[in-house]
Design a protein around this ligand. Sequence first.
Ligand SMILES: O=C(O)CCC(=O)C1=CC=C[C@@H](O)[C@@H]1C(=O)O
Ligand SMILES: [Mg+2]
Length: 316
Amino acid sequence: MQLALYRYSLPFRQPLMFKGNRLSNRQGLLVCINGQWGEIAPLPGFSTETLAEAQAESLACLATMQRGEKARPKLPSVQFGFDCAQRQWPANLPAPLPPYPLLQGAPRELMLGLDNIVTGWVALPPSRLKLKVARYAMEEELALINQLAIRLPTTKLILDANGGWTREEAQRFCARLPLKQIDYLEEPCAALADTIAVAAATGIPIALDETLSRQEEWHYHPQLKALVIKPTLIGSLSACEALVKRARADNLRVVVSSSFESDLGLGLVARLASEWASDEPPGLDTGHWLAERVTTAAGEVMTENLHCLSKMESSA
Ligand SMILES: O=C(O)CCC(=O)C1=CC=C[C@@H](O)[C@@H]1C(=O)O
Ligand SMILES: [Mg+2]
């Protein structure tokens, strides 16, 4: 058995904020088991574990495997990496749908660049477009959303508040949205009870994201439209599959989404998206924020650019 663990650090094109954490680089681990790769990259602000904790658990799991025993990681990002590296991937998966675009930045700056953004899509506007909200002044965010709705009348908008509003703030915001053009709003409030109350009061369709990675209990609600599944944050692929099954049973859409992984991790999540939700554009438009890659265009991992943490061979 061949086992290896590498560490990467890839610069972002510009620093990005993740729940108060300003990151200039994306750091993570790549695990290789008998030539098959997995990625372990906890996202600061969103993952419960740190990279140092994930690294320590990954090394311990590799030592367990070297002894010929089964590794049972507990940390979500490590579960995801080890599951991917040992998975029997189905052959002949359909090509994933192109990801919907993710707009990031201050509404005023995005407004100034709106002509460029819209002109780029004149021939074929995207069916969906995602925008972060609950970050800047409400008036500015609403002005941008209303402009986008006017300029891209066939595009549905996905809004993501990352739990940033109180119930009252969310209701005030939703009352002024062009509701017909809103696909859904992810996590308006930190507490699920508040999110459900906002949906019930305003009629806005909602999607769960952080609620799922926190493994909180949730129940079906008529305004609940989609589950946003982030495998790196949820962890084990069987836990993700259970969510997909539950979504299908409740007639909810499944949107497979990234956690700003490297190009290798994004490729893994794209394969899961085509397996679990081939009918739904995935939330994978995060790769263009990274200035460097870990794989070649042919998909080979450039190990010479990575920091090797462990490499071992065992007869187990
Ligand atoms: O879901 C997508 O379309 C792309 C990924 C994305 O928006 C996010 C990934 C990770 C953390 C956040 O910044 C954000 C989200 O909360 O969904
Ligand atoms: Mg989200």
